[in-house]
Design a protein around this ligand. Structure first.
Ligand SMILES: [Zn+2]
Length: 193
């Protein structure tokens, strides 16, 4: 009998950008082992806007981007990966921006994002990995990112003040993430917005 060996392709890009909750609930059936979390109210509309803005800028500067929805097939090897989210809280205004990651090697990238975003973000910034969903993010196992793999929560969408601040800056958030990723991987020389 002939043995058939299936080798899953390892997909290579400079950076991976996934928009949190994008494509759900339609994609949930195909990924029953993922919790079908649909995000906070309005989050699913915003994450693709930020992800698309960041991907467009990076590609215009010669950086290759895997631009993915929430659920995706395959394994990726990249220099850096981000999973874009906005937090939700009930009662509102108990949260803020935050960062999640799984490995020691991600901590430096997380610190760099915290430094950069803190200089602009006027609301609370939670400690790294302050929830289990952040440190044990379902998609981490599909991505090896040499310079860092981060869940980035840009703010609390359920807090009216934070939401208003964010609403007028979605493209700017994408541009800031593009700058951050370009610096992190040392490619593209994207200017700071
Ligand atoms: Zn989310």
């Amino acid at each position: 009998m002939l043995a058939v060996v299936v080798v899953a392709a390892l997909l290579r890009y400079d950076v991976l950008i996934s928009a949190g909750h994008e494509g759900r609930p339609a994609s949930c059936a195909a990924f029953p082992h993922h919790k079908c979390n649909l995000g906070a109210s309005g989050e699913r509309e915003w994450t693709p806007v930020v992800a698309d803005a960041a991907a467009k800028i990076l590609r215009a500067h010669g950086v290759s981007v895997a631009r993915l929805p929430a659920d995706f097939d395959g394994k990726y090897r990249v220099d850096a990966a981000i999973f874009i989210h906005f937090d939700g809280s009930d009662p509102p205004c108990r949260s803020g921006a935050s960062i999640g990651y799984a490995h020691r090697r991600d901590a430096e990238a997380a610190a760099a994002w915290r430094r950069l975003y803190s200089s602009e973000w006027p609301f609370p910034f939670q400690p790294d990995n302050f929830t289990e969903d952040l440190s044990q993010y379902y998609a981490f196992e599909q991505v090896h990112a040499r310079k860092g793999s981060l869940v980035i929560e840009l703010g609390e969408i359920t807090c009216p003040q934070q939401r208003a601040w964010l609403a007028s800056r979605l493209h700017w958030e994408g541009a800031l993430l593009a700058y951050f990723l370009s610096q992190l991987v040392g490619k593209g020389d994207v200017p700071k917005p």
